[in-house]
Design a protein around this ligand. Sequence first.
Ligand SMILES: [Cu+2]
Length: 346
Amino acid sequence: MHATTRGWRGAAAALLAIGALAGSAAFAAERKFEMNIEDTRITLVEKQQFHTFAFQGQVPGPLFYVDEGDQVEVTVNNVTALPHTIHWHGMVQKGTWQMDGVPGVTQPNIAPGESFTYKFTADPSGTMWYHCHVNVNEHVALRGMWGPFIVKPKKPTALEKTVTKDFILMFSDWDSKWANKPGFGGVPGDVFDYFTINGKSYPDNQPMRVTKGDVVRLRLIGSGDKVHSIHLHGHVMTVAFKDGFPLPAPYKADTIAVAPGERYDVIFTADNPGLWMLHDHVDTHTMNGDRPMGGIMSVLEYTEIKKPDFYEWKNKKFEPNFYYEDSLRKGPGIYMHDGFKGQAVQ
Ligand SMILES: [Cu+2]
């Protein structure tokens, strides 16, 4: 059977493992998942495509949304022609260092055609992510090997308990000259010319829809190679978490520099109905190749605002869950999103 006929066997299973003290809080769910790494062609914007090694054929990869303390088990099948591993960025892997996903240090490469099962405890809580740890300069920077890993805390902060809309934004950078050269690229001197939020550039990404009164959380994740200076118009954000950890003294900001690997969770009240830009203030990151007004831009769209005729997204087809906001509302589980799927590369 040819590798491209691989079946989707990643049905998530969540089993309750009842602890010794039945009826007490002493239990943890088992979150089992099986996921392929697949040669996949995704479209960043318009006609600009990119050859990726996509988790379950999508960029970003599936959302892992688990409770703190859950037992996570992920079997990874490498159906590409190159080696990979997965590092669960943020997980401390207490007593499970062999699950840390670093080739040549904690495990051998997962070779083409082979599988590996990761088993670890979801600890600590917060906005985390996962990514390949083989040739990260290429596989993470250019081949879409990343996805969100959100651990719901046992003891949420008072502020995060008020959140009504929760969005995940993963920022990435691409150098189009490597688009069709898998196995190459991601080297010093690369000139990044495409920039994405969740794998898509403006105007082919999506608005964040809110209604007045919503308490909005943006989980900003630096999954690319560059620093992204994220600015939101019309609102003051409270920076509440850094790398998943609640800040002892949350602070206010309208621009936040998100460096590679970093996560910032910001929270604000939607109290100013309108159409408001969110964008990278590294100005060259708002281009698609040599064309301006693209890249890392999006719009915070209030549902009560009538869209004017000049609005670029007046007739845009809305894709719910582009920021995994619907999945996050459903609670812990493992979620795919069809809008992130690419085409299998033969
Ligand atoms: Cu890889």
